[in-house]
Design a protein around this ligand. Sequence first.
Ligand code: PLV
Length: 322
Amino acid sequence: MAEVFHLNTPLLESINMSKRVGTTVYLKMENTQPSGSFKIRGIGHLCQQLARHSKGVVCSSGGNAGMAAAYAAQKMGVPATIIVPSSTPPLVVQRLQDQGATVKIVGKVWDDANTEALKLAETEGLAYVPPFDHPLLWKGHASMIAEVTASLGPSVKPGAVVVSVGGGGLLCGVIQGLKDVGWTDVPIVAMETVGADCFNAAVKAGKLVTLDDITSEAKCLGAKTACKQVFDYSQSSELTIISELVTDQQALHAIQTFLDEERVLVEMACGAALAAVYSGVIVRLQNEGRLPALLGPLVVIVCGGSTINMEQLTYLKHKLQS
Ligand code: PLV
């Protein structure tokens, strides 16, 4: 059997979050993955299938997909080139280089970096690793739901699952996982920040929308267009996907509260999901009748992320709270 690059992650009960929501909150700690986020599940799986015998991989990324691609490539003994936009903090460039990758900074947002990655794949004959739009990624991400099922045990079913949405790969994977275990009736709360809200814009418009720019500091949610599969899921009558937005200030408040209460530092992209609890989104949805008043256990996917350290947190505090 091919080597698996991701780990089984803990599902932790959060007492502080449970108090806020009034139901048990479980945290799926994807921040503990090698490479620092859930991305290694999908990208590890895709690389196993498509890149093992390649002369190298090229990945366009806001940071975390790149970290996962660099990690998988190093394990497979192939070179990795990661293309990031200029909005990616220097600390991530350093972390990518430390993981053995060649890093190129191209364009302002992820979409620009992706154009370059596709070009390089073509001209250099490298295996292209997309960060969110591929069925193999979704299949890899789906493993996290199988683990949640195993951790909760046979008699417990989530009341809802909370995820962050960038291009929609994580959400597609979670849906795939819910389908695999027969939990398609579990509502999903899909969180984005204002200014990195391509999925919410698509849901509102009833069609895929390309944003003019990414203005949120949650740069790893910063794809200008969601993938088609995630939009198609949003239109499906079999699924309940509730698309919600928080501000950058709310995402930042969430990562600070999470650090204080759970002693874990995650990036803004993950803060969007945490803010569903800390900013009262879940309770509001219950009050609006969009989630049941008597809600079963809430599973929050703590997607993690490497684009954060104390210096970056201080920078964000100055930028967003002054
Ligand atoms: N980040 C991608 C896309 O960036 C990347 O290149 O790393 N949480 C974290 C920590 C993430 O890094 C990402 C995606 C997401 C959530 C959202 O996942 P998605 O894109 O699959 O919806 C532009």
